[in-house]
Design a protein around this ligand. Structure first.
Ligand code: URA
Length: 422
């Protein structure tokens, strides 16, 4: 094959064959097909889409570019969750120990944040000493002894996707169902999990925006999982409003620990519980008392053992920012609107996220919400607090938040963009 011919074929709307896709992805992985050619191909796919068969071939080719993990020797059912990403989405933190407390194994290979969406590993690195990089042997041991692991995906897993995702990120080709679905599912299938629950976000703070595109993404990914022999299901969940009260890193760990202690914001608890139920259903435990495990300390017990096993101190002090800035209500009324995307961008500008892959995140930076849509507020009440190491970051964060929230009269319509779980 010839890369230029394949690019022209996709540009002109032709369906690529299995051997063509295999060739393209394997030659891209080994550097024979260049970034500039793959960028053109990604844009052709973005504009013309892919058939189901092509998406499946693309996924399998990306899996074949690297190693495939195998947890058969564990003697436990493995079940994983993947979220398409959002603002304040710290659910993996309470969810992994909660599900692991039921004796199943949760191999949660996670990523770092880019842009306005946070990354699970970045959040956890706020815990003093905690280590994201584990060898395959360490992963296996933790799954055996504790039941869960949250760690960085090794470089060996779907390396073609790693390369392609970085390229898409700088060529305006991220928000594309065939590319997102094959990217996510290649990693999850290569990870070797028996079952997988997808938390597919819809709304302004998500990749896809509208709910119908999110549904199409969910259906595409579920079909890819099932075709590969992974029991897969999906929840569609609201990312029009930030999840919980904490947006950042250290503060999201704090909120997760509250959930594990039986408290925490209602939306975070609800989503954690629903995802845990679905994961345990796929793992053969449909009647597990998920809420009980949050209330009776079983999930917290796994959390503490697991944090220690990855060299973190579960009692260590989390970083606190040097500077804070409070934003207060300018009238009495009800908070009617609070948009995820601008809050995500503001937290990012405070230092909670990174602008370039190689940048560090500032673990203490972020936003703590004091009110959620539907809450009554009085003039002078704190609506939210910005935290940063340097007060010079506040003006740009506040700029992002202009028009992002609104106080209305009592009885006004509350704009949440739909139910938490659709
Ligand atoms: N996450 C991924 O891993 N890949 C995508 O394409 C989008 C989100």
């Amino acid at each position: 094959f010839d890369a230029v011919d394949l690019i022209k074929a996709k540009r002109d709307g032709r369906v690529l064959s299995t051997p063509e896709i295999d060739w393209l992805i394997s030659r891209y992985a080994n550097g024979y097909v260049g970034d500039e050619q793959m960028a053109a191909m990604a844009m052709a796919i973005f504009l013309n889409g892919m058939e189901r068969t092509e998406i499946r071939d693309m996924t399998l080719a990306m899996i074949a570019s690297g190693e495939r993990m195998n947890f058969d020797g564990l003697g436990k059912v493995t079940v994983d969750k993947h979220s398409t990403g959002g603002v304040g989405d710290k659910i993996t933190l309470p969810l992994m120990p909660l599900v692991a407390s039921f004796g199943v194994a949760v191999p949660q290979l996670s990523g770092r944040g880019l842009g306005h969406t946070g990354g699970t590993l970045d959040k956890l690195e706020a815990i003093p000493g905690w280590r994201a990089e584990l060898s395959n042997e360490e992963m296996f041991t933790l799954l055996q002894e504790i039941g869960g692991v949250i760690c960085a995906a090794g470089a060996g897993l779907a390396p073609a996707d790693k390369k392609l995702y970085a390229l898409r990120d700088i060529t305006g080709t991220v928000e594309c169902i065939p590319l997102i679905a094959s990217s996510i599912m290649s990693k999850k299938i290569a990870e070797g999990t028996d079952s997988l629950v997808l938390d597919v976000k819809f709304g302004s703070g998500s990749f896809m925006g509208d709910i119908e595109r999110s549904r199409a993404l969910a259906e595409t990914m579920v079909a890819l999982g099932e075709d590969a022999g992974v029991r897969t299901s999906a929840l569609l969940t609201n990312m029009n409003v930030p999840l919980g009260l904490a947006i950042g890193n250290a503060n999201e760990v704090r909120e997760s620990v509250e959930v594990l202690a039986g408290g925490g914001p209602a939306d975070v608890v609800e989503l954690t519980v629903e995802l845990a139920r679905e994961m345990l259903r796929l793992a053969g435990q449909p009647d597990a008392d998920v809420e009980g495990a949050l209330k009776n300390g079983a999930a917290m017990d796994v959390w503490r053992r697991w944090v220690s096993a990855q060299d973190g101190d579960p009692d260590g002090a989390l970083p606190v920012a040097r500077e804070t800035h409070q934003v207060r209500a300018d009238r009495d009324g009800v908070l009617v609107r609070q948009e995820a995307l601008p809050f995500g961008i503001a937290a990012w500008r405070l230092g909670a996220g990174r602008a370039r892959k190689q940048d560090p995140v500032i673990h203490s930076a972020g936003i703590d919400l004091a009110a959620k849509p539907g809450d009554a507020v009085k003039k002078g009440d704190v609506l939210f607090t910005l935290s940063a190491e340097d007060a010079a970051r506040f003006p740009r964060a506040l700029e992002a938040l202009e028009g992002a929230y609104e106080i209305g009269d009592a009885g006004s319509e509350i704009l949440t963009g739909g139910p938490l779980i659709a």
